[in-house]
Design a protein around this ligand. Sequence first.
Ligand SMILES: [Zn+2]
Length: 336
Amino acid sequence: MLTEARGRLPWLREGSSVPQQQVIRDFGTSRAKAHKDIWERVPQRQRAGMPRWKKKREAVPSLNYTRRGFRLKEGRLHLAGGIVLAVVWSRNLPAEPSSVRVYQDSVGHWYGSFVVPAQARPLPATGRVLGVDWGVKETATTTSDTHDLPRPQHGRKAQAKLTRYDRMMARRRPKKGQAASKGYREARKWRAKTYAKIARQRQDTGRKWAKKVVTDHDAIAVEDFKPKFLAKSSMARKAADAAISATKKALIEMGHKHRRDIRLVHPAHTTMDCASCGARTKHALPLSERTYTCTTCGTVSPRDKNSAHVMLHRAGLNPAGAEGTRPPGALLPEAA
Ligand SMILES: [Zn+2]
């Protein structure tokens, strides 16, 4: 079918058939994964129901080359179809790559992403465990006071810029059936650039935090947070969700790399349970309520710290390995 399509469509013929075959193979062999790749960048609200075709002009190019489709020679990347690329290497490849994905981001920059066998770097055992709760006020509240991650501040200026570009785009938006103006395309590019910068900063903060957490603990119980990105939610809420997602991703990757035990905990009722006695309150605490008071055992603790301890219990980790855990029996409130 590809041969037939190439015969009919000149623009398809212009490209090498090797990555085209690979695109089809990717889709056929691991449909779920290919599906994820394709729909990843489509906003959530469009995902409901039947998938929507991505228009060619909206799609960001992404091509996968496996062993016979690429070659590395003197630091240059040779692709099937006689394409030679000078690569700016971010770091040396740790092993022989089995494939490379060449793609363009929304800003217009081109990247090559190489697949190499994963190399585990086990870290020495610490005998310590950590519970992590995600939140808006603090991105991560943990069972150790020295491992909490406050809400990142660097996004603020950029967020203001994003809002400005959003308005600019709304003003310059082309009418139906009309081509986008230069001004509109420009605003869209600036927005994409700013957004990419925020994403990089989030990733960087997340990785640094994850490295510290993973170095200091053998096992980490973490809330399996799923971002909602509700249409009505505030900019601050959306930014917080994105920060949590990036941090959680970094933690899972870092844990995997260093062979740590990362346990994902279902988020239901984690704010309602008492970390000391396990009793559940009848109603969820309103977000404004910063203190958790247990009506069964009388424990009083900061709300997010309580949730972080609940993560440990839920994950089946021994809270004795966590810092700041009260010895059994000492259940009276500190202030009493
Ligand atoms: Zn209790």
